[in-house]
Design a protein around this ligand. Structure first.
Ligand SMILES: Nc1nc2c(ncn2[C@@H]2O[C@H](COP(=O)(O)OP(=O)(O)OP(=O)(O)O)[C@@H](O)[C@H]2O)c(=O)[nH]1
Ligand SMILES: [Mg+2]
Length: 361
């Protein structure tokens, strides 16, 4: 393994990248018909650019309508928030498609107050994140180094696909490409949608098969760490602003009021397990067990998150009697108040810091 300087992000060496499933050279947009899955041999992708020191591939994963696209769209807005505990960040799109997505989605969310439509077409985005963690709990200054270690810079490369791509045993080109992207990423954001799980109880069906395939790919490439995958994983319990979930969290005593009057969950992993019990008969417990079986504890990070955040009062605090941030106008969902993304940047920063600090091994 290449020697990493202790204060810089660590990345797997290039020889550890997938040889079996290669990505498209440009990873350009691909058509997706959304039609019945058909069997096709796993797609052979032509060799592409390998992840270098400053390029971090992070896979964003989650079942249908778990909030993947909204989460990505809220990233730049989240990065602008000066009150975040993770310092100052600048998100710079690396190409036209990535720029259009960021700007259009920000407008939809912040001005038109609507959610982006369900993803129909696979899109590949690349954004450069430039961060300054100085003055935060995450910043470290090594006096004997010239370059302050509080600066982090990385190229985030994500593939936004319809959640149906991750359905168990789906074996067409879309599934192959999506799962290959996850397998070859260094970090994964897994969005778990408790609102859907409470209703449909099928999240496991969008985790189990994909994870089995990812493990197989990593095994072929000799990338497994004992029983664990090499990835860092941020598990985000999404849509935390949704009254159904937030009321449950309060009933279980999992919320505290944060310094700026916004509810916080100080033990999101504990809350995840508690909610799995509370949603009795759902697949959530199985999801938690599966994640813990596949990812080393030091590389597993839990969050409660919401791309749009709670409805806020002037000044940014939350009225616990009227915290919902979505209502229906003419049968259409509308975002009510200003957007205040909640734990959207944090999972990414946790992944990066986890990689920087190594975790295992
Ligand atoms: N309350 C709440 N609802 C959300 C949030 N994010 C997404 N949603 C809801 O979830 C729906 C789906 O969000 P998307 O971002 O399109 O989800 P997706 O995972 O990209 O969906 P597919 O592309 O169809 O797989 C939205 O239309 C909203 O109804 C959130 O932060 N809070
Ligand atoms: Mg989507």
């Amino acid at each position: 393994m290449t020697e990493n300087k202790p204060d810089e992000p660590r990345f797997p060496p290039s020889e550890m990248m997938s040889k079996t499933y290669e990505r498209n050279a440009v990873d350009e947009e691909a058509g997706y018909t959304g039609s019945e899955p058909v069997y096709a041999a796993p797609v052979e992708f032509t060799p592409g650019q390998q992840a270098g020191e400053a390029e971090t591939r992070i896979g964003v994963w989650g079942g249908p309508s778990s909030g993947k696209t909204t989460f990505l769209g809220a990233l730049r807005l989240a990065a602008l928030d000066p009150s975040g505990p993770y310092g100052r960040w600048q998100v710079v799109p690396s190409d036209d498609v990535s720029e259009t997505f960021l700007v259009e989605t920000a407008r939809e969310l912040a001005i038109d107050k609507v959610f982006p439509g369900a993803t129909q077409v696979v899109r590949s985005y690349a954004w450069r994140f430039r961060g300054d963690l100085s003055g935060t709990a995450f910043g470290r200054r090594r006096l004997w180094r010239k370059r302050p270690s509080s600066r982090l810079e990385f190229e985030l490369s994500v593939l936004d696909v319809p959640g149906g791509a991750y359905q168990d045993l789906r074996s067409d080109g879309l599934a192959a490409r999506s799962i290959d992207h996850l397998a070859r990423a260094q970090g994964l954001v897994y969005l778990f949608d408790p609102v859907r799980e409470a209703k449909d109880r099928d999240s496991f069906a969008f985790l189990n098969g994909a994870l089995t395939r990812i493990t197989r790919l990593c095994m072929q490439e000799n990338r497994l760490d004992g029983p664990y995958l090499p990835h860092h994983l941020a598990v985000c319990l999404t849509k935390f602003d949704d009254p159904e979930i937030f009321h449950r969290a309060r009933r279980g005593g999992w919320t505290d009021l944060g310094p700026n009057g916004v509810p916080v969950v100080s033990d999101p992993a504990g809350f995840f397990d508690w909610l799995a019990d509370d949603l009795h008969g759902s697949t959530m417990r199985l999801v938690g067990q599966t994640l813990r079986a596949h990812f080393h504890p030091s590389r597993l990070h839990f969050f409660t998150s919401s791309a749009i955040g709670f409805g806020t009062l002037p000044g940014g605090s939350v009225d616990l009697r009227r915290f919902g941030n979505v209502n229906f106008v003419d049968g259409e969902e509308r975002i009510v108040g200003p957007l205040s993304p909640y734990n959207v940047m944090e999972p990414l920063v946790a992944l990066l810091l986890g990689m920087r600090n190594g975790g295992r091994p």
